[in-house]
Design a protein around this ligand. Structure first.
Ligand code: ADE
Ligand code: ZN
Length: 349
């Protein structure tokens, strides 16, 4: 199906269609799916004292002024993850929740350095997450894969050490990413380690243009050879970059509620997802850190559609882009595109 051949969708059915349509989530940090209730449960299980008096007190602390103010709390929260079983439970909970949103494919970031710095073995992190992915496929029919993300506030040497430690676990992840504090840590800092990852046959993606300038997106493309840009919303400030992203169909994994909560677009009505799509970019919608930003994937879709007046054509484009941009097999992608077309037929007038 093409956008021009889309059946007409009655506007009152758009909300239900957004929820029902099959979709891929390509930008989710598993540590960012740690709900406050689970933080407390894991702290009790692992005998860890928390600085918050209650689940509500922790939730009340989720008032962020920028990316760094969020990351400080996110790394602190991740401290309750200690054992392989903790990582397993975390990912099982996310994947069960994602399946309710009709997510058929999830490509999940994990930050091993956040855990190895506390003495948690990388094997416990990776094996727990990988086992959850395999079990979720059996239980929910959801296809899931892991992307190992390097922390950009650390050095390239530490990224190389992490890659080295992860290589015996190579079968459990499909690619690498770059996340954490963006400003002051440009992609060029990681040029050599990304080159090595590409030689190893890993997919490569990078956060760029979340808070950082368009120059960081150029670097991610030209120096890291990123196959997708995570966030990328600052591209709108550079017309030549916009043309390139559109011409090369380089996917952007956009996260509306994240951008709102981290004050990139404090008012969701100002969000530029519709602008990116209308300029022909392969934008997708994602939840980033759903436990911290107040919504999973369908909440992101519902709220950004309501705020910016997007239509059924945009909905189809986002879901179709999510499959096109995924690292799944051609056979899986074709099957999901067919299911997407069937869903639109079902909701047509
Ligand atoms: N790690 C988790 N969420 C992130 C985000 N939105 N940007 C950068 N690093 C992150
Ligand atoms: Zn992110």
């Amino acid at each position: 199906m093409t956008p021009t051949a889309l059946p007409p969708i009655p506007p009152e059915r758009l909300g239900a269609l957004l929820a029902a349509m099959p979709k891929a989530e390509l930008h989710i940090h598993i540590e960012g799916s740690l709900e406050p209730e689970m933080t407390f449960a894991l702290a009790a299980r692992n005998g860890i004292a928390l600085p918050w008096a209650s689940v509500q007190a922790l939730r009340d602390a989720y008032a962020f002024t920028d990316l760094q103010s969020f990351l400080d709390l996110y790394y602190q929260g991740a401290g309750v993850l200690q054992k392989e079983e903790d990582f397993y439970d975390l990912a099982r909970a996310y994947l069960a929740r994602a399946a309710l949103d009709n997510v058929v494919r999830a490509e999940i970031f994990f930050d091993p350095q956040t855990h190895t710095a506390r003495g948690v073995p990388i094997e416990a992190v990776t094996r727990g997450l990988a086992r959850a992915c395999a079990d979720a496929q059996r239980e929910h029919g959801i296809s899931a894969a892991l992307i190992l993300s390097f922390l950009r506030h650390l050095s390239e040497r530490q990224a190389f050490e992490t890659l080295e430690a992860a290589l015996p676990l190579r079968e459990h992840f499909i690619g690498v990413g770059l996340d954490s504090s963006e400003l002051g840590h440009p992609p060029e800092k990681f040029q050599r380690v990304f080159a090595r990852c590409r030689e190893l046959g890993l997919h490569v993606v990078a956060h760029a243009g979340e808070e950082g300038p368009p120059a960081y997106i150029w670097q991610a493309l030209d120096l890291l050879r990123a196959e997708r840009i995570d966030h990328g919303v600052q591209a709108v400030h550079d017309a030549r970059l916009m043309q390139r992203l559109a011409a090369e169909r380089i996917p952007l994994t956009v996260c509306p509620l994240s951008n709102q909560k981290l004050q990139v677009f404090p008012d969701l009505r100002q969000h530029n997802l519709k602008v990116l799509l209308d300029a022909g970019l392969a934008a997708t919608t994602n939840s980033d850190d759903p436990a911290y930003f107040g919504g999973y994937l369908n909440d992101n879709l519902t709220q950004v559609f309501a705020a910016t007046g997007m239509t059924a054509r945009h909905a189809w484009q986002l879901a179709s882009n999510s499959f096109e941009a995924s690292f799944a097999s051609a056979g899986e992608k074709a099957r999901w595109q067919e299911r997407l077309a069937e869903t639109f037929e079902r909701y047509a007038a």
